[in-house]
Ligand binder design. Structure first.
Ligand code: KIV
Length: 270
């Protein structure tokens, strides 16, 4: 880490500037260490349920899992602002429970803020956390925690009515005091209108370059995952191929006793 730690104020001040915000996910120390020099924000996303644990959705991710991975990411000082997702069931129905869980995440992981999913309905919860000094990032559009109950993993804001709903959700979250807003899987016109209508930075994922910043799941953009790739993911590497090639070579070497060769051996005892 060099001298300058990015702050929540820096993120807010990036709104409308010529420098879009760079955000990626990390669940572990090695990945956080590799991405930190290039990012403004690191998100310990609850996508870890599917990406890291192989669960079918993010619904079964627990607060304990988020704390453990948040701690792994913050185990070293980071330049980037580190945000940890509040998992499904930890905040939606009770503002005191939401506050107590957000405080646990903040104190145990020493992260800079939390993210939670939801529109207008979640504004009172966000306001309560912000009033109690918890920096909150909102998340609207496709919301994976409730996708199975709301018609699946589909693009949002496609109709005029849907786009209007997203815009009023965004305004409610801004008014509740969130410092930034993730918009997932929407039409370009919709994200552009939202971005132009609110004073906090929008971070897009499948929401076009009109947003104030972008986020991707790191394992997706590194091409590490073998399942379905969403349309909005650009693969900047093909690590799945690299990894299986390397493991194939290792297995061949072990089976032919080529590995370990002399350079990997300790000296003989006297
Ligand atoms: O959980 C996650 O990784 C996220 C991002 C993809 C926005 O919420």
């Amino acid at each position: 880490m060099d001298e300058k730690k990015t702050t929540i104020t820096d993120i807010k001040n990036a709104k409308g500037t010529e420098k879009p915000l760079v955000c990626l996910t990390a669940y572990t120390d090695p990945i956080a260490t590799l991405i930190d020099p290039h990012c403004d924000l690191i998100l310990v996303g609850d996508s870890l349920g599917m990406v890291f644990y192989g669960l079918p959705s993010t619904e079964d991710v627990t607060l304990e899992m988020m704390i453990a991975h948040g701690m792994a990411v913050t185990c070293k000082p980071r330049n980037s602002v580190v945000i940890v997702d509040m998992p499904c069931g930890s905040y939606e129905d009770d503002k005191d429970k939401a506050l107590s869980n957000a405080q646990k995440l903040m104190t145990q992981t020493k992260c800079d803020g939390v993210k939670l999913e939801g529109g207008k309905d979640m504004a009172p919860i966000i306001a309560h956390l912000v009033e109690n000094s918890i920096p909150v990032m909102g998340h609207i559009g496709l919301m994976p925690q409730s996708a199975n109950k709301t018609g699946g993993y589909k693009v949002k804001g496609k109709t005029e009515e849907g786009a209007e709903r997203l815009l009023s959700d965004a305004k409610a979250i801004e008014n509740a005091g969130a410092f930034a807003l993730v918009i997932e899987a929407t039409m370009e016109e919709t994200s552009q209108k939202i971005t132009q209508s609110i004073s906090i930075p929008t971070i897009g994922i499948g929401a076009s370059a009109t947003c104030d910043g972008q986020v991707l799941v790191t394992e997706d953009m590194l091409g590490m995952l073998t399942g379905h790739t969403p349309k909005f993911v650009k693969k900047y590497a093909d690590l799945a191929d690299e990894i299986s090639g390397a493991v194939e070579d290792y297995a061949k070497d072990v089976r032919s006793r080529k590995f370990p060769s002399s350079q990997y051996l300790y000296g003989a005892t006297k």
